[in-house]
Design a protein. Structure first.
Length: 202
């Protein structure tokens, strides 16, 4: 029994080490992609909308900032949110990428599309008055919605660069179908709320 336990330990340690490296790759990839796309990208979108609505300069935004001014607090807030949600997105990608359709760029864009369907409501908030202040509202919705596939493309590209091997879904049909049903359910639930928010904004 002692010999058998000693033989198992290296295997368990190797599996834990591999899992740790895998998760760390997702976490760091998400942080980098979130910082660039979520943080800097959202700031760029806001500047575009502000430039198209110069008549709203000086108006208080939903977050209490003054339109037309780039503040350190506001920028740090966007960067922190980008890093935080980006890290979660990176971990999510390494967890579900085996279930995503297609390969290469199409798989990465599919992940971005899934993020928008499932979590678009987090960014596209129907109660946020800024979409009406810095219109047209449809343009704001489109620009913020585009951040999702761009982020998906970025984080997936980084993860796949360091971990190109993607395991196939399990052979057991029940396990595979359960995962697909769960992902579809999450996307459908999120899409319902995102569409409701878009209707409110429009």
């Amino acid at each position: 029994m002692v010999v058998r336990a000693k033989a198992v330990r290296p295997v368990v340690f190797a599996l834990l080490l591999r899992l740790g490296r895998f998760l760390l790759t997702g976490l760091l990839s998400g942080i980098v992609a979130g910082f660039i796309v979520g943080g800097i990208g959202s700031r760029v979108v806001m500047r575009i909308l502000a430039a198209l609505n110069t008549g709203q300069a000086g108006v208080l935004t939903e977050n209490g900032n003054i339109s037309g001014q780039i503040t350190l607090d506001g920028t740090l807030f966007l960067l922190f949110n980008g890093i935080f949600f980006g890290a979660i997105g990176g971990l999510l990608y390494v967890a579900i990428r085996r279930w995503l359709p297609w390969q290469g760029i199409c798989k990465r864009l599919a992940f971005g599309a899934f993020l928008f369907l499932a979590f678009g409501r987090v960014v596209i908030d129907g109660d946020n008055k800024d979409f009406a202040l810095f219109g047209p509202p449809a343009l704001g919705v489109i620009l913020f919605a585009l951040l999702f596939p761009v982020y998906g493309l970025a984080v997936a590209s980084i993860v796949d660069r360091f971990h190109p091997y993607i395991p196939s879904p399990p052979a057991r049909r029940i396990a595979a179908n359960t995962a697909y049903v769960l992902l579809t359910g999450v996307a459908a639930f999120g899409l319902f709320h995102t569409v409701s928010a878009i209707k409110t904004i429009a």
